[in-house]
Design a binder for this molecule. Structure first.
Ligand code: PLP
Length: 423
């Protein structure tokens, strides 16, 4: 199905760029997008993020600005922070961080000094770069100590986390990650952080939408600070939020501005407010539960086809496959699947014997396909495409990949995506 051309002003001014946007719209319409950190935002979120709010400078916070003319902007920011607090049940919310990584850096600035010890899940075990990993500023300027998952279960060993925390006495403990297919036990982390005298930061970037929709337990009763992006399962614009107990509100706000950033991106703040409004509707609860139901159904169908899944399955939106038994490196499989119209990312698996740029695994997830309305009944077909694609990757069968691509485009044509142009 060919999408109609849109963006008339952009097309008139810069046809070259407009053509690229049009091509991306077509790609997002035709393909099965399985990257678990991606989604489709609504038309309302897209419109809010493309407004003249972006013309305004607003250093400071609502009611305490360094620039005049904030009559509307202050109200926009208050809407966003009030909605965040109501949706997550938090005392305090800061919606200004430019993205997830700067949000986490602000947490370091609020609670630690350079050289202090911090603790997080190791990147190759499913953690995030900004949880103290060596190549990140957070691992260069702070002393990162890292926990992992057990080799036999693929799950966090809380005895190991407690021993490490009591031995190293970190200022900050991060929980959450980018390749964690199981429920995060915030209560267990909270207990360990209190014992060790550390600030617990729950980084729920991946699962914020599941939490908002009641499909994953909330970190708010257990964590001192909750950090999240707004653009993954929460289905908002690219941005981030920090939420905290009241006692930490001042430290967080000072760290974001003036500690780390200048003017907030007001058009993004507006779009976050819209996304939070959408996430407070009953239909979003249905969405969050459908994301998890789809991931479970997809995991079962993959297991039935002999795929090896880290931790044996999933509790959330994400599945991490170890392709070693299929005899195909993750990168080869990811690139072949891309040619088949199935967009995934290659990923390390815990204890991966291969290198990070050429690892053993592939990471997939169901937020995007659920936004298009696919249900558990479609997941056996998705698993079959993945299976055929991985086999075609091993045998270098380009015809098989092209055949899958046509089947994918055919099904996706029947499930128009939010935010993409329609007739
Ligand atoms: C995505 C993610 C981030 C970083 O977000 P960016 O917006 O890409 O900077 C941080 N932490 C976790 C756990 C994430 O999944």
């Amino acid at each position: 199905m060919t999408l109609p051309l849109s963006h008339p002003a952009l097309s008139a001014t810069d046809p070259e760029l407009a053509a690229l946007v049009g091509a991306e719209e077509q790609l997002q319409a035709d393909t099965l997008r399985l990257i678990p950190s991606e989604n489709y935002v609504s038309q309302a979120v897209l419109e809010a993020s493309g407004t003249v709010l972006q013309n305004k400078y607003s250093e400071g916070y609502a009611g305490r600005r360094y620039y005049e003319g904030q009559q509307n902007i202050d109200q926009v920011e208050r809407l966003a922070t009030d909605r965040a607090k109501a949706l997550f049940g938090a005392d305090h919310a800061n919606v200004q961080p430019y993205s997830g990584s700067p949000a986490n850096l602000a947490v370091y600035l609020a609670f630690a000094e350079p050289g202090d010890t911090v603790m997080g899940m190791a990147l190759p075990m499913g953690g995030h770069l900004t949880h103290g990993w060596g190549v990140s500023a957070t691992g260069k300027w702070f002393r990162g100590v890292q926990y992992g998952v057990r080799h036999d279960t693929g799950l966090i060993d809380f005895d190991e986390v407690r021993d490490l925390a009591l031995k190293e006495r970190p200022k900050l403990i991060f929980c959450g990650g980018t390749a964690v297919p199981r429920t995060i036990d915030f209560a267990a982390f909270g207990e360990i952080a209190r014992e060790a005298g550390a600030v617990l930061v729950a980084d729920v970037a991946h699962i914020a939408g599941l939490i908002a929709g009641g499909a994953h337990p909330s970190p708010v009763p257990h964590a001192d600070v909750v950090s999240t992006t707004t653009h993954k399962t929460l289905r908002g614009p690219r941005g981030a939020m920090l939420m905290s107990r009241e006692e930490h509100a001042k430290a967080i706000d000072k760290a974001v501005f003036p500690g780390l950033q200048g003017g907030p991106h007001n058009q993004t703040t507006a779009a976050i407010a819209v996304a939070l409004h959408e996430a407070a509707q009953p239909s979003f609860r249905d969405y969050a539960h459908a994301v998890v139901a789809n991931a479970r159904a997809l995991a079962e169908a993959l297991l039935a086809r002999g795929f090896e899944l880290v931790s044996g399955g999933t509790d959330n939106h994400l599945i991490l496959m170890d392709l070693t038994p299929k005899d195909v490196p993750g990168k080869v499989a990811a690139k072949a699947l891309d040619r088949a119209g199935i967009v995934v990312n290659y990923n390390t698996v815990p204890y991966d014997p291969r290198k990070p740029f050429d690892p053993s695994g592939v990471r997939i997830g169901t937020p995007s396909l659920t936004s298009r309305g696919l249900t558990a009944a479609h997941m056996p077909t998705v698993a079959e495409w993945i299976d055929r694609g991985v086999t075609a990757a091993r045998t270098s069968d380009e015809d098989a990949l092209a055949a899958i691509r046509a089947e994918v485009a055919d099904l996706m044509g029947a499930f128009p995506a939010p935010g993409l142009p329609t007739d």
